[in-house]
Design a protein around this ligand. Sequence first.
Ligand SMILES: [Zn+2]
Length: 296
Amino acid sequence: MTSSHIRKFVITTLGVSSSVLLNLNTPGVTQALTTFSSLSTTTNLSTSTPLVQPKNNNLQWVYSVAERVIRANGLDDYPWRFQISDEYDPNAYADELNKIVIYKGLLDQIHGDDAALAFIISHELAHHTQRHFAQQEEAETNLKEKLLKEAKSEIVQEWRKSNTPLSPATKDVIKQRIIIQKKQEFERTMQALSRQHEFQADEIGYTYMVKAGYEIDAGLRVLNLFLRLPSDYTENSSHPPTQQRINALKQVMNKYLWFSLWIEGNERLKNNPQSLKLDISEDGVSLRINSRFVSR
Ligand SMILES: [Zn+2]
């Protein structure tokens, strides 16, 4: 789902309706963060032990998993923002600068499965790190410009081809036909790019998740969950059919030696053992996982 300035990379094949996002200033969330900070003090975040926090609520859960994935992959140069949408949809998407929105319906359906959450978060992190949002905006602008130019010259050429003068109505028919062709070409090209990005986010997301030490089958579990939903897959869908994503992910799992990934991530976690700090973002509505440069 896209708009001129907000493009959402939805992990499922479902559409995204406008979301009522959880406001962090609501009493429940404030309480959760307060509880969390008292837990943080008592468990001493400066030790090298990976975070094991009680999962009293979704924010704590998202934080504990996301923080580990971010650190294990060296993605802690900048802060990340996480927002939990209050709708019961099985969705998640990458949005705006370093922001990830996860729907509470999705969290509910994978409740307790840390590795599944790690895959979802990793997939969305990959959309950001691979610049998918920017790439699609750039491709869209360039393609529009190119197709418009082509359309103009093709229209004029067709008008000139005729030996007899064309009526304004015939001219208009030719013009409309070429415009429709170019629009279809635009949609096909953008769709192909978007699907390519989904496969790439699954692949890179898989490596992020495994480097953070999570169980390798979790991505398949998440995609199999989507397979049970009535799919909104159509030929025009921005997402590939879930079954294709499952097949591609199986190939990815064969392509990488999970053990090497795990060793690489584990090394990074050992060298950077301090958990990243947690705050409310300046946007007032999302959880901010700080970069490693925030003082310990
Ligand atoms: Zn995606």
